[in-house]
Design a protein around this ligand. Structure first.
Ligand code: ADP
Ligand code: MG
Length: 327
């Protein structure tokens, strides 16, 4: 059974950046206003995320890493809504099957913090009390230590760090009211740093620089026919890059959509010279019931109902803004 779990875990968590994404979402769910991340060897040796959220109750510490354990389902409607992105209560369980996982946490009610380590979903020993502030610190050590093939496939720590940095950067823009820092282990200066209660625009300027910031156009769209909302910040044709930089959030989750990507490429071929690409941030809110639940969580690619029509309407709105700002 342990081996089966390990294989399943390896599918959910494919690299340090996937694990980190799940942990960031947990911290955001716990209403953190500050999230601090440390990575060593691209997160393979060590990946730590510290938040100032609600914390985990001591009595929940025993089960928190068991599969399908979640504090986030209250009603059947919740379940339907949440299945948008496939899985619940699997992230910590999966991570504990492929690493040494340690949780230190304190709720507002508790006098002290509690710390516990997990292997294969189970507590190694009862939680120990310790000093600590309110919130949760999750420490992942030696990710994939027991999955030799995966470890071999991830042989380039700096590539893994870049992917981590990319995830943090994108979440920091989408969640601009939350302060984020990302540091390499042992270094003083953060690679990524944003302030609590910042704005998307300000964070884009900090993280992608003035050339992007200066050329941003804002587009908002509410569509009653297909019941979706779009908020987009996209560069006008004065800005070009060698590759497209695309941040896509659907219902607040960082995802990929090759169809939306393709639409953007087509749209900009009209405005930009060949082999020049824009910078685009798009946040979509779609009725969760319309997002394809059959796409496996590990596939970051998302499908949704009326996709062609939704994308066509997005394109029209973006095009209208671009055409009013070109030439
Ligand atoms: P899910 O997020 O789908 O519920 P996870 O495996 O990611 O499943 O987390 C399991 C549970 O652990 C969560 O439901 C939550 O109760 C608790 N938890 C995990 N991370 C945090 C955190 N940073 N702060 C507070 N609670 C957390
Ligand atoms: Mg989670």
């Amino acid at each position: 059974e342990v081996v089966v779990n390990r294989i399943a875990a390896g599918e959910v968590i494919q690299r340090p950046a996937n694990a980190l994404k799940e942990l960031i979402e947990n911290s955001l769910d716990a209403k953190a206003t500050n999230i601090q991340i440390v990575a060593k060897e691209g997160g393979l040796k060590l990946l730590q995320i510290q938040d100032n959220g609600t914390g985990i109750r001591k009595e929940d510490m025993e089960i928190v890493c068991e599969r399908f354990t979640t504090s986030k389902l209250q009603t059947f409607e919740d379940l339907q809504a949440i299945t948008t992105f496939g899985f619940r209560g699997e992230a910590l369980a999966s991570i504990s099957h492929v690493s040494l996982l340690t949780i230190t946490t304190k709720t507002a009610d508790e006098k002290c913090a509690y710390k516990a380590s997990y292997v294969d979903s189970k507590l190694k020993a009862p939680p120990k009390s310790c000093a600590g502030n309110q919130g949760t610190t999750i420490l992942i050590e030696n990710l994939f230590y027991n999955v030799a093939t995966r470890r071999k496939a991830l042989s380039n720590p700096s590539e893994e760090f870049n992917k981590i940095s990319d995830v943090v950067t994108k979440y920091a823009i989408h969640n601009s009211t939350v302060g984020f820092t990302l540091k390499k282990h042992g270094e003083v200066t953060p690679q990524v740093r944003t302030q609590h209660n910042s704005t998307k625009m300000n964070n884009i300027r900090i993280l992608y620089g003035n050339p992007v910031f200066r050329e941003l156009l804002e587009v908002e769209l509410t569509d009653d026919t297909y019941k979706f909302k779009m908020h987009a910040l996209i560069t006008n044709p004065n800005y070009t890059n060698k590759k497209m930089i695309f941040l896509l959030f659907i219902n607040n989750r960082l995802v990929e959509s090759s169809s939306i990507r393709k639409m953007l490429e087509e749209l900009y071929t009209f405005y930009l010279p060949k082999k020049s690409y824009p910078w685009c941030y798009i946040s979509l809110e779609i009725n969760p019931q319309n997002v394809d639940v059959n796409v496996h969580p590990t596939k970051h690619e998302v499908k949704f109902l009326h996709e062609n029509s939704v994308i066509e309407r997005m394109k029209l709105a973006l095009d209208e803004k671009l055409s009013g700002n070109s030439g």
